[in-house]
Design a protein around this ligand. Structure first.
Ligand code: 13P
Length: 255
Protein backbone atom coordinates (compact mmCIF):
# COMPACT_ATOMS: atom_id res chain seq x y z
CA UNK A 1 0.00 0.00 0.00
CA UNK A 2 1.04 3.50 -0.79
CA UNK A 3 2.09 5.46 2.31
CA UNK A 4 -0.27 8.27 1.32
CA UNK A 5 -3.20 5.93 1.87
CA UNK A 6 -2.29 5.34 5.49
CA UNK A 7 -3.49 7.71 8.14
CA UNK A 8 -0.65 9.96 9.29
CA UNK A 9 -0.97 10.53 13.02
CA UNK A 10 0.90 13.02 15.16
CA UNK A 11 0.24 12.43 18.84
CA UNK A 12 1.59 14.31 21.80
CA UNK A 13 2.35 12.26 24.90
CA UNK A 14 2.33 14.79 27.68
CA UNK A 15 3.49 12.24 30.29
CA UNK A 16 3.23 13.68 33.84
CA UNK A 17 3.09 17.30 32.76
CA UNK A 18 0.45 20.05 32.95
CA UNK A 19 -2.36 20.63 35.42
CA UNK A 20 -5.93 20.90 34.07
CA UNK A 21 -5.65 24.69 33.80
CA UNK A 22 -2.29 24.44 32.07
CA UNK A 23 -3.73 21.80 29.75
CA UNK A 24 -6.52 24.14 28.68
CA UNK A 25 -4.02 26.93 28.02
CA UNK A 26 -1.72 24.68 25.97
CA UNK A 27 -4.56 23.24 23.93
CA UNK A 28 -5.97 26.72 23.34
CA UNK A 29 -2.56 27.61 21.91
CA UNK A 30 -2.28 24.42 19.84
CA UNK A 31 -5.74 24.18 18.27
CA UNK A 32 -5.60 27.29 16.03
CA UNK A 33 -2.08 26.37 14.86
CA UNK A 34 -3.13 22.89 13.67
CA UNK A 35 -6.64 23.70 12.42
CA UNK A 36 -5.76 23.01 8.78
CA UNK A 37 -3.70 19.86 9.44
CA UNK A 38 -3.83 17.15 6.84
CA UNK A 39 -3.16 14.43 9.39
CA UNK A 40 -4.73 13.21 12.59
CA UNK A 41 -3.70 15.25 15.63
CA UNK A 42 -3.94 13.82 19.14
CA UNK A 43 -2.97 14.98 22.60
CA UNK A 44 -2.55 12.20 25.17
CA UNK A 45 -2.81 13.82 28.56
CA UNK A 46 -2.82 12.89 32.27
CA UNK A 47 -6.13 11.47 33.55
CA UNK A 48 -7.09 14.54 35.58
CA UNK A 49 -6.60 16.74 32.49
CA UNK A 50 -8.93 14.69 30.28
CA UNK A 51 -12.18 16.55 30.99
CA UNK A 52 -10.54 19.96 30.53
CA UNK A 53 -8.76 18.76 27.38
CA UNK A 54 -11.94 17.40 25.84
CA UNK A 55 -13.72 20.66 26.56
CA UNK A 56 -10.86 22.75 25.14
CA UNK A 57 -10.77 20.73 21.91
CA UNK A 58 -14.53 20.41 21.35
CA UNK A 59 -15.35 21.36 17.78
CA UNK A 60 -11.68 21.23 16.71
CA UNK A 61 -9.69 18.59 14.81
CA UNK A 62 -7.62 17.69 17.87
CA UNK A 63 -8.51 14.39 19.50
CA UNK A 64 -7.75 13.41 23.06
CA UNK A 65 -6.06 10.31 24.34
CA UNK A 66 -5.19 8.86 27.74
CA UNK A 67 -1.79 7.53 28.76
CA UNK A 68 -2.88 4.10 30.02
CA UNK A 69 -5.93 2.06 30.98
CA UNK A 70 -6.66 -1.07 32.99
CA UNK A 71 -8.07 -4.29 31.52
CA UNK A 72 -10.80 -4.90 34.10
CA UNK A 73 -14.16 -3.19 33.79
CA UNK A 74 -14.13 -2.22 37.46
CA UNK A 75 -12.99 -3.57 40.80
CA UNK A 76 -10.30 -3.49 43.44
CA UNK A 77 -7.47 -1.95 41.42
CA UNK A 78 -6.51 1.12 43.43
CA UNK A 79 -5.06 3.87 41.27
CA UNK A 80 -6.14 2.37 37.95
CA UNK A 81 -8.58 3.72 35.34
CA UNK A 82 -11.00 1.61 33.29
CA UNK A 83 -11.78 1.83 29.61
CA UNK A 84 -15.41 2.64 30.48
CA UNK A 85 -14.28 5.68 32.47
CA UNK A 86 -12.21 6.89 29.52
CA UNK A 87 -15.01 6.30 27.02
CA UNK A 88 -17.53 8.18 29.11
CA UNK A 89 -15.43 11.35 29.20
CA UNK A 90 -14.92 11.18 25.43
CA UNK A 91 -11.44 9.72 25.05
CA UNK A 92 -10.66 8.13 21.68
CA UNK A 93 -7.04 6.95 21.93
CA UNK A 94 -4.93 5.41 24.66
CA UNK A 95 -1.15 4.99 24.87
CA UNK A 96 -0.24 1.49 26.05
CA UNK A 97 3.05 -0.20 26.89
CA UNK A 98 5.07 2.99 26.96
CA UNK A 99 8.67 2.24 27.90
CA UNK A 100 8.34 4.40 31.02
CA UNK A 101 5.50 2.14 32.18
CA UNK A 102 7.57 -0.94 31.35
CA UNK A 103 10.67 0.49 33.03
CA UNK A 104 9.23 2.05 36.19
CA UNK A 105 5.85 0.41 36.77
CA UNK A 106 6.36 -3.25 36.01
CA UNK A 107 4.44 -3.29 32.73
CA UNK A 108 5.06 -6.52 30.82
CA UNK A 109 4.08 -7.71 27.37
CA UNK A 110 1.37 -9.76 29.04
CA UNK A 111 -0.21 -6.76 30.76
CA UNK A 112 0.21 -4.61 27.63
CA UNK A 113 -1.69 -7.30 25.75
CA UNK A 114 -4.48 -7.40 28.34
CA UNK A 115 -4.81 -3.62 28.25
CA UNK A 116 -4.76 -3.61 24.44
CA UNK A 117 -7.51 -6.22 24.22
CA UNK A 118 -9.64 -4.35 26.75
CA UNK A 119 -9.14 -1.01 24.99
CA UNK A 120 -10.17 -2.49 21.65
CA UNK A 121 -13.20 -4.23 23.15
CA UNK A 122 -14.30 -0.89 24.59
CA UNK A 123 -13.91 0.90 21.25
CA UNK A 124 -10.75 2.81 22.20
CA UNK A 125 -7.84 3.00 19.76
CA UNK A 126 -4.62 1.82 21.42
CA UNK A 127 -1.26 3.33 20.53
CA UNK A 128 0.92 0.34 21.40
CA UNK A 129 4.54 1.29 22.11
CA UNK A 130 7.45 -1.00 21.37
CA UNK A 131 11.18 -0.36 21.37
CA UNK A 132 14.55 -1.72 22.33
CA UNK A 133 16.89 -0.67 25.13
CA UNK A 134 20.32 0.68 24.22
CA UNK A 135 21.90 -2.50 25.58
CA UNK A 136 19.65 -4.61 23.37
CA UNK A 137 20.60 -2.57 20.29
CA UNK A 138 24.29 -2.91 21.16
CA UNK A 139 23.85 -6.67 21.51
CA UNK A 140 22.29 -6.73 18.06
CA UNK A 141 18.95 -8.09 19.19
CA UNK A 142 16.73 -5.15 18.22
CA UNK A 143 14.71 -7.21 15.76
CA UNK A 144 14.34 -10.07 18.22
CA UNK A 145 13.04 -7.70 20.91
CA UNK A 146 10.63 -5.92 18.57
CA UNK A 147 9.32 -9.17 17.06
CA UNK A 148 8.62 -10.52 20.52
CA UNK A 149 6.86 -7.34 21.67
CA UNK A 150 4.70 -7.16 18.55
CA UNK A 151 3.73 -10.81 18.80
CA UNK A 152 2.93 -10.75 22.52
CA UNK A 153 1.39 -7.28 22.76
CA UNK A 154 -0.98 -8.08 19.89
CA UNK A 155 -1.64 -11.66 20.93
CA UNK A 156 -5.26 -12.59 20.12
CA UNK A 157 -5.95 -9.21 18.47
CA UNK A 158 -8.03 -9.96 15.39
CA UNK A 159 -7.40 -8.61 11.90
CA UNK A 160 -10.58 -6.54 12.25
CA UNK A 161 -9.36 -5.10 15.57
CA UNK A 162 -5.93 -4.37 14.10
CA UNK A 163 -7.56 -1.64 11.99
CA UNK A 164 -7.91 0.38 15.19
CA UNK A 165 -4.38 -0.22 16.45
CA UNK A 166 -1.55 2.27 16.05
CA UNK A 167 2.01 1.09 16.69
CA UNK A 168 4.62 3.48 18.03
CA UNK A 169 8.26 2.52 17.61
CA UNK A 170 10.12 4.23 20.41
CA UNK A 171 13.75 3.16 20.86
CA UNK A 172 14.18 3.57 24.60
CA UNK A 173 17.63 5.12 24.19
CA UNK A 174 16.12 7.95 22.15
CA UNK A 175 13.40 8.97 24.61
CA UNK A 176 13.98 12.27 26.36
CA UNK A 177 17.69 12.01 25.66
CA UNK A 178 17.91 14.32 22.67
CA UNK A 179 19.35 11.31 20.81
CA UNK A 180 17.08 10.70 17.85
CA UNK A 181 17.28 7.53 15.84
CA UNK A 182 18.48 8.49 12.39
CA UNK A 183 15.75 8.49 9.78
CA UNK A 184 17.30 5.33 8.33
CA UNK A 185 17.32 3.58 11.71
CA UNK A 186 13.68 4.56 12.30
CA UNK A 187 12.70 3.39 8.83
CA UNK A 188 14.54 0.10 9.24
CA UNK A 189 12.67 -0.85 12.40
CA UNK A 190 9.28 0.53 11.27
CA UNK A 191 9.63 -1.56 8.08
CA UNK A 192 10.55 -4.56 10.24
CA UNK A 193 7.44 -4.00 12.37
CA UNK A 194 5.31 -3.93 9.22
CA UNK A 195 6.92 -7.16 8.03
CA UNK A 196 6.11 -8.78 11.38
CA UNK A 197 2.49 -7.63 11.08
CA UNK A 198 2.38 -9.11 7.59
CA UNK A 199 3.60 -12.42 9.02
CA UNK A 200 1.09 -12.40 11.87
CA UNK A 201 -1.83 -11.17 9.75
CA UNK A 202 -1.29 -10.53 6.04
CA UNK A 203 0.31 -7.88 3.83
CA UNK A 204 -2.88 -5.86 3.28
CA UNK A 205 -3.61 -5.69 6.99
CA UNK A 206 0.01 -4.73 7.72
CA UNK A 207 0.04 -2.07 5.01
CA UNK A 208 -2.95 -0.34 6.56
CA UNK A 209 -1.42 0.07 10.05
CA UNK A 210 -0.13 3.49 11.04
CA UNK A 211 3.37 3.13 12.54
CA UNK A 212 4.73 6.11 14.40
CA UNK A 213 8.26 6.94 15.43
CA UNK A 214 8.87 8.40 18.88
CA UNK A 215 12.04 9.50 20.63
CA UNK A 216 13.28 13.09 20.61
CA UNK A 217 11.24 13.91 17.51
CA UNK A 218 11.05 17.67 17.15
CA UNK A 219 10.43 20.51 14.72
CA UNK A 220 13.99 20.18 13.41
CA UNK A 221 14.05 16.47 12.54
CA UNK A 222 10.37 15.65 11.86
CA UNK A 223 10.56 16.36 8.12
CA UNK A 224 13.31 13.83 7.53
CA UNK A 225 11.86 11.13 9.80
CA UNK A 226 8.38 11.50 8.31
CA UNK A 227 9.72 11.36 4.76
CA UNK A 228 10.46 7.67 5.28
CA UNK A 229 7.99 5.31 3.67
CA UNK A 230 7.21 3.27 6.80
CA UNK A 231 7.18 6.17 9.27
CA UNK A 232 3.57 7.30 9.28
CA UNK A 233 3.61 9.72 12.15
CA UNK A 234 5.12 10.56 15.48
CA UNK A 235 4.57 10.11 19.19
CA UNK A 236 6.03 13.24 20.66
CA UNK A 237 7.06 13.85 24.26
CA UNK A 238 8.96 17.03 25.09
CA UNK A 239 8.17 18.92 21.88
CA UNK A 240 4.42 18.31 22.32
CA UNK A 241 4.47 20.62 25.34
CA UNK A 242 5.41 23.64 23.22
CA UNK A 243 2.56 24.68 20.93
CA UNK A 244 4.74 26.05 18.11
CA UNK A 245 7.03 23.03 18.06
CA UNK A 246 4.14 20.57 18.11
CA UNK A 247 2.37 22.52 15.35
CA UNK A 248 5.53 22.46 13.22
CA UNK A 249 5.66 18.65 13.49
CA UNK A 250 1.98 18.45 12.53
CA UNK A 251 2.81 20.63 9.53
CA UNK A 252 5.66 18.33 8.53
CA UNK A 253 3.26 15.37 8.62
CA UNK A 254 0.71 17.25 6.55
CA UNK A 255 3.11 17.91 3.66
P1 13P B 1 10.55 12.63 23.80
O1 13P B 1 9.94 13.18 22.53
O2 13P B 1 10.54 13.62 24.92
O3 13P B 1 11.87 12.00 23.54
O4 13P B 1 9.56 11.45 24.28
C1 13P B 1 9.18 10.50 23.38
C2 13P B 1 8.13 9.68 24.00
O5 13P B 1 8.38 8.93 24.93
C3 13P B 1 6.77 9.78 23.47
O6 13P B 1 5.95 8.79 23.99
Amino acid sequence: MDKAKRKAIIAGNWKMNKTPKEATALLNAITPLVADADCEVIACVPYVDLAAAIEATAGTNVKIGAENCHWAESGAFTGEISTGMLKEVGVEYVVLGHSERRQYFGETDETVNKRTKAALAAGLKPIVCVGELLWERECNITEEVIARQIKLDLWDVTEEELKNVVIAYEPVWAIGTGKTATADQAEEVCAFIRAQLAKLYNQDAADAVTIQYGGSMNDGNADELLSKVNVDGGLIGGASLVAEKFAAIVKAASN
